[in-house]
Write a protein that binds this ligand. Structure first.
Ligand code: GTP
Length: 362
């Protein structure tokens, strides 16, 4: 089966992490996010991948090339203007002559695709939609099914009183090629608002594939951080602290699992690195600094006695001595925080900005 992965979006909600880097390339456990998706598809026997691109396409093409280094065949389709989720797949029609998979490119999941494919064929569905439960379905697309799983209704972003189920569209579809005949070429079209409701009106057989497996989208920094925490918690079952290459750790420093330490890091005297935490390659943590529940990209410098907790710090940032970057703060690339600052409550700082010493305490 071929897979079409949708990666054309700008990822605005994930800024400042996506100011310089497209969402599919933001690192997760020190590897570009899309590499994890490619591994997942390979585990289910999928090696022919079509990527529909729009925003900064050359970054993704440059990284994956023809896919051979990653054990897959990659085909790229670049949109001149955003075609939306369905318009992007319509653009790939010439490559799709049998049942195919559509995958939103910002999802991390363990949903059993192999079983989903079997169910799709057993039920002779025209389209199968993976469904996942969430606590609060109001920001999502809710999918109502009958007792056999056949879809009866789609409700996008329901009001609280409209919510009949907490099963939402998980952004993973298996489709038969004739569905593409319902989508206009070279026009903006989405599955959620356009295609799916019209399939029901036309009497097409649409099934839900409910799954309790792990599922998260990395649409926002909060969920990006949560994915790290979840993945690192799973690692505790193994050894807990993973060094990805040579690093220096002072004998008085403490590293508590679960943690991933990129190659070439230096962790100084009396430092504490407490999981779940990821340090990107070449990070330098100076005397007495404390890092807890944080994700750092590469080449960051954390000054003496600085404190990082539950935050994301992109590449090349410098945190001044005794500064604190706390609860869900997000720093873009090359941000410099002068000494003695305190950032909390989800402050986001755009790339290349400098904060003077002792300027922020929030
Ligand atoms: P936000 O700007 O933060 O909403 O993120 P996004 O642009 O990624 O949009 P959203 O999260 O709604 O998109 C879900 C998936 O569809 C992502 O993997 C996007 O890359 C992809 N996507 C969104 N719009 C388009 C589009 O116009 N064309 C293509 N090919 N993919 C799209």
């Amino acid at each position: 089966m071929k897979a079409v992965i949708l990666v054309g979006g700008e990822g605005t909600r994930l800024r400042p992490l996506t100011c310089n880097k497209v969402k599919p390339l933001v690192p997760v456990l020190n590897r570009p996010f899309l590499e994890h998706v490619v591994d997942y598809l390979k585990r289910h026997g999928i090696r022919d991948i079509i990527l529909t691109l729009g925003y900064l396409p050359e970054q993704i093409q440059g990284y994956f090339g023809d896919g051979s280094d990653f054990g897959v065949n990659m085909t790229y389709l670049v949109e001149g203007f955003p075609l939306g989720t369905a318009g992007g797949v319509k653009n790939a029609e010439a490559f799709l002559d049998a049942s195919f998979l559509v995958f939103n490119g910002d999802i991390f999941t363990d949903i059993d695709l192999t079983d989903m494919m079997n169910c799709h064929h057993e039920k002779k569905a025209a389209t199968s939609i993976a469904l996942t439960p969430v606590d609060d379905p109001t920001p999502y697309g809710v999918v109502e099914t009958d007792a056999e799983g056949r879809v009866e209704r789609f409700v996008e972003k329901p009001r609280r009183e409209e919510v009949a189920t907490n099963m939402i569209n998980a952004g993973i579809y298996i489709m038969e090629p004739h569905i593409l005949g319902y989508i206009a070429p070279n026009a903006f079209f989405t599955f959620e608002h356009g295609v799916f409701p019209s399939l029901l009106e036309r009497g097409e057989v649409v099934y839900g594939y409910p799954s309790q497996a792990y599922w998260i989208d990395i649409g926002t920094p909060e969920k990006y951080l949560k994915l790290h925490h979840d993945l690192l918690q799973r690692c505790t079952a193994d050894k807990g602290v993973r060094f990805e290459g040579e690093s220096f750790v002072h004998s008085s420093a403490r590293i508590q699992a679960p943690a991933v330490i990129g190659e070439g890091c230096s962790i100084g005297k009396d430092c504490i690195v407490k999981g779940p935490t990821v340090l990107g390659p070449q990070c330098r943590v100076e005397k007495g600094a404390v890092i807890e529940g944080a994700v750092l990209w590469q080449n960051c410098r954390i000054g003496e006695k600085a404190k990082l907790r539950n935050c994301v710090v992109a590449s090349g940032c410098c945190i001044g001595e005794q500064s604190e970057v706390l609860d869900e703060c997000v720093l873009g690339d090359n941000v410099i925080i002068g000494k003695g600052n305190r950032l909390s409550r989800g402050i986001r700082i755009w790339p290349d900005r400098s904060i003077e010493p002792n300027a922020i305490s929030f």
